[in-house]
Design a protein around this ligand. Sequence first.
Ligand code: CO
Ligand code: ZN
Length: 333
Amino acid sequence: MKEIIRTLTEAFGPSGYEDQVREVIADMIKDHVDEISTDVMGNLIAVKRGTAPEGKRIMFSAHADEIGIIVTHIDEKGFLRFSNVGGLAPETLIGNRVRFSNGTIGVIYKEKGDLKDLNLDKLYVDIGAESQEEAEAKVKVGEFGIIHREFTDLGNRLVAKSMDDRIGCAILVEAIKQLQDTPNTLYFVFSTQEEVGLRGARTSAYTINPDLGIALDVTLTGDVPEGPRMEVSLGKGAAIKVKDSSMITNPKVKAFLTKLAEDNNIPHQFEVLERGGTDAGAIHLTRDGILAGTISIPCRYVHTASEMVDIRDVEACVDLVKAVATSDLKDLM
Ligand code: CO
Ligand code: ZN
């Protein structure tokens, strides 16, 4: 599974430009599902048809996009200025590198000035160009870039850029590979533009109109020096979301996921996230309301070049996805 995670986290896919991620995932799962399609928003939707006539429709969603930058200006010396695509903290960018779709690499640095006044306007990208013309031959205004960083295996702990949310994608890929026949029809959505407002999940949930929607996404942890006061820790299992800024999990869904985890001896913890949202926030407000929940992957250093997860939590999430997929959902309907 670590190879799947490496491949997915090293792929290029800022919001709106998820093509490469879509191709890689389609290739990984094509022999294990009944149908694969891509919709107008770019969502990759894989369907595994259920065997039971009374089976339900379950949508799983993990977002394929990652945070990044968009070039807004190129100056006469060939330095690029940029705006954010999704949530970027300026202090995490200094000295880091960006990569554009054609492979061009750039270094992010800052103008002089007080660090406490730092914002994105004070940062620039140096792609090694010596003039505006040379820079424009490599990168144009309006181009999207991602943080450039390789995957690193630290044993139980794994570090990469875009664990948010390629780790969710990897969990769905692995679950698809492990699942045998299921009573329910399963819709696996690798959604687009989550980082700019849960956009892909919104339209795919409308099309699929599932009986239950489950998002897979990272959440923050409180287990670091002087960290936020938050109960979630790396290595303590799949995190069942109770609340974030996009959704209060339906109590029935929270109880359903908790019981599945208990009955299957899957390590789990509860997550209360004070700020942030997931695809489930969009799914549960679709049509006349859809039962939805989120299985969160504990992750340190979210929205930096070095997002860290624990492989044991990842495996617990795979097991919980499989338990949901094969459940009769009778406690929910
Ligand atoms: Co994110
Ligand atoms: Zn995410």
